[in-house]
Ligand binder design. Sequence first.
Ligand SMILES: [Fe+2]
Ligand SMILES: [Fe+2]
Length: 352
Amino acid sequence: MTVVSLSPFKLANHKEPPHADPLHPMTAIIFPQVSTYSYGQVLQSSLKVNWRIEDILNGDRRIDFTKRFMPETLARVNDIPFLSSYEKLKLNQIRGNSYLHIFSLVEECIVPTVVDHVRHLGSSDWVAVQALLHFAEEEGKHIRLFRGFAEEFEQGFGSRCETIGPVHEIADLVLQHHPLSVILMILYVEWMTQRHYLESVRDNYLETLDVQFCSLLRHHWLEEAQHTALDTLMVEQVAADLDEAGIAAGIEDFFKLIKFLNRGLMAQVQLDLESLVRATDRAYTEAERQAIQAVQERAYRWTFIGSGLVHNHFVKTFSSVSPANCDRLMAVARTHSYAADWGSTADGENGA
Ligand SMILES: [Fe+2]
Ligand SMILES: [Fe+2]
């Protein structure tokens, strides 16, 4: 799999934010914990639903390349009317591959963030330490799972697909943002994974998607449900250690981070277009290319940004940290919506 540098899409004028170090708080504001999550309960739940990579990728079950991988609510290939059924299938599968890549990229940001938070906790709460280390271990497993799928994709797809990268450079750029902004980003992404499975896969009787991809999304959803609780606790703890200026800096950087992610997604759309040309061996006209790009840009924005920003639980946590910025959050979410889905929110509980 060829990776393409994201460097042209780096944030212009981005510099190290003048944020406070949560380890050395300034005059902290009193930030109450609004969630009812507890590290002990989350740890118990996570141990109950824990799975092994071999449960999913075991050599017997293979990706079925005659099937679509991604639900249409995320892939949006049917909204490109001039594509044949075969071309829609290929574009859908290209979206499946980029989904694997983008999630493993985000998870490379999660592991060091969680480990850093464990360092901040020190020895004050060993249940919290165990829950967080288990969280980081699960994300390491998810990265291996996504990469395992990506390898199988590369072997079976039939032509070259490119993805944004190098992953570690993008992850490093993300992690240069304010700690509060990074944890807020992780929180919305993890609520987003809940939504993707619950709304688009679990009760999707209209589409016959590849069984292996459905299994991947289901298993990811099972463990991510616990991560959302831990993310919420981390957001609350980081916010509690910041003063008003620190929170303002963190929120400002969160919106910068969304712009940065959006630039990466738009770069991925361009790469997908070239992958589609190779996969279908068809030279699309300029008008056709623009039409594919327009639909896919909206689809990517909704899949990886909008569907998370408007999640009820994310909005609730965000508004508890910075009520003054809720309107701004909704305005940003609106620009990352796929029109038909605007205003749709979800609870995303897994009920496990
Ligand atoms: Fe994950
Ligand atoms: Fe996670």
